[in-house]
Design a protein around this ligand. Structure first.
Ligand code: 3H9
Length: 693
């Protein structure tokens, strides 16, 4: 065995050379890996006793892509293209042996090998689109030559990971190796290739599948149309599509040049920078400064949920999905049966789309038990309360849980804004109490705000975060304050949206501006969807707000066919003259003359106060880092990924500008705009949130 460098070894097994990469955690193509590959391939090619070459990786995965942390830094070492050329033009067969994931540049390297073998658990994909770029090392030109244009389009624009069985079917890999025996199988495969004198098959020369699509621009037109909604606002999907078009319409080398041009366009743009930031921010959230990775965790084998409403049911599904038994408790049998029925319907819908088998549905339903007795939660390791959002009710539930739950159980509340510390006072074990704030629909939304109380113990926090990961959520640890991180900032936006309407904008103007910014919908369309009557009590309604009046008129949102907007039978919305009239009357009564409000002002008024609030949250230590706040907003509230989150956006537009606006509104409109001390400090120091340690 020869060490080519610290991450690459070259060894021989008879007349087969084996190049082994070992660059944890994911064998990303750093300068060291590229240099190692180049050196090892050159040596193996030069050695006349070598008949074929196997490329294999140590650790949990094959090469998972270019090293994203090198992006934007001056290039060092061998280029990826040199490495690829060396492999593809090798005069002896090269076999890529894949386990874990061959992603991005990793798959692109494998596509330069003449043959590919993988274990059944392996996956292949080109996920560059998720970081705002495209596979820029030949992936868009080689992939369609193997899997065909439609599948290549789907893969590069979704970034999906395709399992080995499907890869075998599409030709992306040539052979499956028995699990755990990749090296032996790859060596045997290489020997077979040598003994059968198989050709040095280069993907670049396989033109049949791309030629089949030539002269059929409708393939691309239809693909664009079918995915328009999903791609809205993002630059990367379009350039990925164009690169595949180039593969179809241009000779290989010309196609590569076009791929490069499209890649650079994305790579140097602001969206890729933001999406790259989000990639690392998503991984940062799990790092908790005062809770080391080795903090003891509590076992969670059985979960109890109180409340079978939309929230409780959605939460239960998360656990059943990963094989954890759940008991849901309700007060009334009818409500319990209704809740269980909704869960079953959700699963059946997924099965109807082919994403679950009937057996999966039965298995998951089999893990969910209903009960009318709180006492049945006595043996649960984690109990999550999802009852009505009123402090007295929550405290009553927690006092009972304190009597019922076994010692060591975690007592969690799904409250979206109530004080966890106060809830904890209802128990004699405040160290076991924590907030687990799921977002609706809880079985779909990725965000979970884990709210640490003053007395919550470290093992309880560590377990709640681990559980978040286990059920496929992105857990963000936050502190106790009204609305925590997400809803606390949302309140700023909602208040300004309402005020803008009083000053002269229409709800649809505000919605349009936020939609165009990249949110899935604006605040008024959102209220109509959720129901305007959430938290509205008919008996107490005095027509004091526009919402009160709409609800009093039974315009309670989409469900009643009208809210801020009017809706047709297909729930398409259009601006409502009724709402317009109500707004005019409100303005007249308040003595306000409507003024023309520019889109730019709407955006700044909705978003800058959120950034300011985010700064206060950081100042108070309610979020660990600015990027955690961004992750909350991207995953819980539909903030567009390509704008990086509110704090990232603040840095991007310049905190000086944000502060300037806050100061001027503070003067003209009062204390709700008071700039955060942290914002003032950062501006004075010429820094951004990104500079905070
Ligand atoms: C590309 O290839 C461009 C090309 O077309 C060439 C153009 C010229 N780079 O996710 P995990 C780190 S673009 C640097 O928690 P898992 C990650 O930050 C790339 N670092 O593990 C984390 O660090 P830490 C295309 C990377 O088991 C640690 O590894 N490829 C990279 O849940 C563990 O990561 C991709 O986009 C990287 N490429 O999932 C694949 N990848 O521990 C991106 C990971 O300090 N990667 N790290 O926080 C993934 O999807 C997942 O990491 C993977 C493992 C599925 C591989």
């Amino acid at each position: 065995m020869t060490a080519i460098n610290s991450v690459t070894d070259l060894s021989k097994d008879g007349d087969i050379a084996v190049i082994t990469l070992n660059s944890p955690p994911v064998n990303a193509l750093s300068a060291g890996v590229r240099d190692g590959l180049k050196g090892a391939f050159d040596a193996a090619i030069k050695d006349p006793s070598v008949k074929a070459i196997v490329l294999i990786c140590e650790g949990k995965t094959f090469i998972a892509g270019a090293d994203i942390s090198e992006f934007g830094k001056p290039p060092k070492g061998a280029s990826l293209f040199e490495v690829e050329d060396t492999i593809e033009s090798a005069p002896k067969p090269v076999v890529a042996a894949i386990h874990g994931t061959a992603l991005g540049g990793g798959l692109e390297v494998a596509l330069c090998a003449h043959y590919r073998i993988a274990v059944p658990s392996a996956k292949c994909g080109l996920p560059e689109v998720n970081i705002g770029i495209l596979p820029g090392a030949g992936g868009t030109q080689r992939l369609p030559r193997i899997v065909g244009v439609e599948e290549a389009l789907a893969m590069v624009t979704s970034g999906k990971h395709v399992n080995a069985k499907q890869c075998l079917a599409s030709g992306l890999i040539d052979e499956l190796a028995p699990e755990g025996e990749l090296r032996t199988a790859a060596l045997a495969f290489a020997r077979k290739i040598v003994s059968e004198a198989r050709p040095l098959r280069k993907v670049r020369d396989q033109n049949e599948k791309v030629e089949a699509a030539r002269g059929h621009p409708e393939i691309f037109a239809e693909f664009r149309k079918a995915h328009a909604r999903q791609f809205r606002g993002f630059n990367a999907p379009e350039n990925n599509i164009r690169a595949i078009e180039a593969a179809v319409n241009l000779p290989f080398d010309e196609g590569l040049k076009e791929e490069r041009r499209l890649f650079i366009e994305l790579f140097t743009g602001p969206q890729a920078a933001a999406q790259r930031y989000v990639f690392f921010a998503e991984r940062q959230v799990w790092k908790l400064p005062d809770i080391p990775d080795d903090t003891a965790q509590l076992p969670v084998r059985k979960v109890g949920i109180i409340g079978a409403g939309t929230m409780g049911g959605g939460i239960a599904m998360n656990f059943a999905n990963v094989g954890i038994a759940v008991t849901i408790v309700e007060v009334q049998d009818a409500a319990l049966q209704r809740g269980l029925g909704v869960i079953r319907k959700n699963y059946d819908n997924t099965a109807a789309k082919g994403r679950l088998t009937a057996a999966d549905v039965d298995k998951r339903m089999g893990l969910i038990k209903g009960s009318l007795e709180l006492e049945s939660l006595g043996d649960c390791d984690l109990i999550i309360e999802a009852v009505f959002e009123r402090m007295e009710i929550k405290k009553e539930v927690f006092a009972k849980l304190d009597r019922i739950a076994k010692q060591g159980a975690i007592l969690a509340s799904n409250t979206s804004y109530l004080n966890i510390d106060e809830i904890a006072t209802a128990t004699k074990r405040p160290d076991a109490v924590i907030g687990m704030h799921f977002f609706s629909p809880a079985n779909v939304m990725r965000l979970l705000e884990v709210v640490r109380g003053e007395k919550t113990s470290k093992p309880v926090i560590a377990t709640a975060m681990a559980i978040a990961k286990k059920i496929g959520k992105i857990g963000v640890l936050v502190g106790v304050c009204p609305g925590f991180v997400g809803n606390r900032m949302l309140a700023q936006r909602q208040r300004e949206a309402q005020k803008l309407v009083m000053e002269g904008a229409m709800p649809w103007d505000v919605d349009r501006v936020l939609y165009d910014f990249g949110f899935p919908m604006g605040p008024f369309a959102m209220s109509d969807l959720a129901g305007l009557d959430i938290g509205w009590v008919k008996e107490n309604s005095r027509g004091e707000t526009i919402r009160d009046v709409l609800c009093e008129m039974d315009r309670r949102g989409q469900k009643t066919g009208a809210g801020y907007y009017d809706y047709d039978e297909k729930r398409n919305r259009k601006p409502s003259p009724v709402t317009e009239k109500i707004i005019s009357e409100f303005r007249a009564r308040a003595g306000i003359t409507a003024r023309k409000i520019e889109d730019g002002e709407i955006l700044e008024r909705c978003i800058y106060p959120m950034i300011n609030e985010g700064a206060k949250i950081l100042e108070e230590g309610k979020a660990i880092r600015a990027s955690d706040i961004d992750i909350v907003w991207i995953n819980g509230y539909g903030w567009p990924v390509y704008e990086g989150g509110p704090m990232y956006y603040g840095d991007a537009v310049g905190l000086g500008k944000v502060l300037d606006r806050m100061q001027s509104w503070h003067k003209s409109m009062g204390d709700v705009f008071k700039p955060a001390a942290l914002l003032e400090k950062l501006v004075a120091e010429g820094k951004g949130f990104k500079d905070l340690k």
